[in-house]
Design a protein around this ligand. Structure first.
Ligand code: ATP
Ligand code: MG
Length: 629
């Protein structure tokens, strides 16, 4: 390919729309342009990168025996209603783009494909003899992300590889899951990425075991907590650890303490010399469900610990499995009462002084609010659901709070706390559930001498054992060896192909631009003609370009009528691994070879270039996995 024909437009300055280096570089080097929020064009150079990544993914998936398919992006609402996900994915903060077609039927643009594939499995899989089977596709996904950002990292339209496996039993699912783990490690290594595999939250997709693959990079949106001995690594959303020991409270009998204005743990601890670990803090929140139910929630945590919101959402979902799915959890305060139109008065709630035994009767029905009005939020074609606030708190407590023998907590009365309280004094015990956020520096469960350390990561892949959630909902069954009908076991496995391309830039760049790993570089070599006014240079460059092409090397020829310095800068910026400069030495058949990574320069006889490059390229290409027998 000739650079003069490539429609290449490079930018000298950082575009204002980009915050992180990989996004800046992809824009500056002419790989992509923003069309609208979270929507990007993949220009010719980027499309080559994406195809290379896709090909590596394809080879490794095929090597495990997985079958490639292409499923519809337009998906009927009724499939999602059967799985119970339509409301959650389309209402409020739901991420599914959806529309009503001319027949008046609701459709969604696929953010993921569990429903479609499970419906197909229900149709096509009859017998255990057809199992296991693993189907994958590489396709554009649509997600109306709340905060699209960082270019291809979090787009509203992006390329994903998604695979779904079906099994007769859990052991077979575990085996395929392990094979996918191996395939993913090979894929990322072949793409030249440094990744870590971490325990992950299973989120809205549901299911049990799941693991994410993180490209380690400062710009990553995820926080990974890992032990130095490399035996434990988890996304902070999911991480567990040992809390520090609480400082015991003295033996004095339980009494009330005047604490005017001391509404925070810090203020309370400072005023009376308490250690935060001696205090139980109580948070008041509300959970909103797709069927309109709003559940007030009281969470008790040890004062020195932080709430993990993902764990809380999972706990609420587990306790209240009905109600059409959890939409949102937020602190219950005046602003929330207004925006959710809850028709409740919080006047009787002594904020800042809450104890775990706050009386249900403190949730008073307001007289003035019109409870008929629906929940505000994104416009929905359906009539809005009227919120129904439950009048009993769901009471949850983290084990570190429940383990305290005696503690300080709010007295449920303004300006007053209890000192020396015990759970026995406070009525029925809340439900125990792990709700605390593990923090860097915490001791590890597997070995208390190890500490959790934090790194940032970009999630490029995620593998799940889904179990039978979708197959049961969509009645995807098979006949087992004993002749009985059973629901299929399922796994699902995603890779963010377009995110991966940008993550590769985040990990592989320098002050001058991108340094693509050879395996996913758009071209392996760029031949630069230093001066178009020198016929000898043009002639030699054209010859080398032809030879390299004939030998199957992916090569660019920079034949633009630009100053040599401009062309060198652009070659560095777009990040082609090998640069061949045809300059003054052309007269004596000499060229210069420059490595993008490291910048080593080497003078070579033009005739030696091809064998030399072939050898370098072969040495840098990892061994590929043989095809599935
Ligand atoms: P995240 O937590 O980053 O929102 P997710 O957990 O919702 O991602 P999955 O449903 O597991 O994502 O999707 C599989 C893969 O698709 C992810 O591992 C990620 O690499 C990629 N991906 C997800 N959302 C986006 C997006 N908005 N833009 C680009 N890639 C994405
Ligand atoms: Mg994920």
């Amino acid at each position: 390919m000739r650079v003069s024909r490539l429609m290449l437009v490079t930018l000298r300055d950082d575009p204002a729309e980009a915050e992180i280096v990989s996004h800046k570089l992809l824009l500056r080097a002419g790989y992509t342009r923003r069309i609208s929020s979270g929507i990007y064009a993949y220009l010719p150079l980027l499309w080559r990168v994406l195809q290379k990544i896709s090909q590596i993914v394809r080879e490794e998936m095929n090597a495990t025996g997985a079958l490639e398919v292409l499923l519809p992006q337009l998906q009927p609402a009724d499939l999602w209603e059967r799985s119970g996900r339509w409301a959650g994915y389309t209402a409020g903060e739901g991420i599914m783009f959806h529309l009503t077609d001319r027949q008046g039927r609701e459709q969604g643009l696929g953010p993921t494909h569990e429903e479609v594939i499970t419906a197909l499995a229900a149709d096509l899989i009859r017998s255990y003899r057809q199992l296991p089977v693993n189907l994958y596709q590489i396709q554009t996904k649509f997600r109306d992300e709340i905060r699209p950002r960082f270019g291809l990292m979090r787009g509203r339209e992006f390329i994903m590889k998604d695979a779904y496996s079906f099994h007769a039993d859990e052991a077979s699912l575990r085996q395929t899951y392990a094979e996918m783990d191996g395939a993913y490690r090979r894929i990322f290594a072949r793409c030249g990425l440094r990744t870590v595999a971490v325990e992950a939250d299973s989120g809205a997709i549901g299911g049990s075991a799941s693991q994410e693959f993180m490209v380690t990079a400062e710009a990553g949106e995820d926080l990974v907590l890992a032990s130095a001995d490399a035996r434990y690594a988890a996304n902070q959303e999911r991480a567990v650890s040992l809390a520090s020991e609480a400082v015991p409270l003295g033996p004095d009998p339980c009494q009330q303490l005047a604490t005017p204005g001391q509404t925070s743990i810090e203020a309370l601890a400072a005023a009376h010399g308490f250690d935060p670990s001696q205090i139980v803090k109580v948070l008041l929140l509300a959970a909103r469900f797709a069927d309109g139910t709003v559940q007030p929630v009281l969470v008790s945590l040890r004062g020195d610990q932080q709430l993990n919101e993902v764990k809380l959402a999972n706990a609420i979902t587990a306790v209240l499995a009905d109600h059409g799915g959890l939409l949102e959890v937020a602190p219950l305060d005046g602003a929330l009462v207004q925006s959710w139109k809850l028709g409740v008065s919080l006047d009787a709630i002594p904020f800042g002084y809450l104890g775990p035994n706050l009386d249900d009767a403190t949730l008073k029905i307001a007289t003035l609010t019109n409870v008929q009005v629906g929940i505000s939020g994104a416009p929905s074609p359906k009539p809005e659901v009227t919120p129904r606030l439950k009048r009993q708190f769901l009471r949850l407590a983290d084990p570190t709070a429940l383990e305290l023998q005696r503690f300080v907590c709010g007295a449920n009365k303004k300006d007053s706390h209890r000192v020396g309280a015990s759970w026995a004094d406070l009525g029925p015990l809340p439900q125990t559930v792990d709700l605390r956020a593990a923090q860097p520096g915490d001791r590890c469960l597997h070995d208390p001498s190890q500490q959790l350390e934090a790194t940032r990561g970009i999630e490029v892949g995620h593998i799940f054992q889904l179990g039978r959630k979708y197959s049961q909902a969509l009645e995807a069954t098979f006949t087992n060896e004993a002749g009985q009908e059973e629901a299929l076991w399922m796994g699902c496995y995603g890779i963010g192909v377009s995110r991966l391309a940008q993550a590769a830039v985040e990990q592989n760049h320098d002050a001058n631009g991108i340094c693509w790993p050879l395996a996913i570089a758009p071209f392996a070599v760029i031949v630069v003609i230093a001066s178009l006014n020198e016929p000898l240079q043009v002639e030699l460059a054209e010859r080398l370009y032809g030879e390299l092409q004939a030998a199957g090397v992916e090569v660019l020829l920079d034949d633009r009528d630009e100053r040599a310095g401009v062309k060198f800068k652009d070659a560095d910026l777009i990040g082609i691994p090998f640069r061949v400069v045809v300059g003054r030495g052309a007269a004596s058949g000499q060229i210069e070879l420059v490595s993008r990574l490291g910048g080593e320069r080497q003078d070579l006889a033009a005739d030696d270039l091809l064998p030399h490059l072939m050898q370098r390229i072969a040495a840098e290409s990892p061994v590929t996995t043989p095809a599935h027998p």
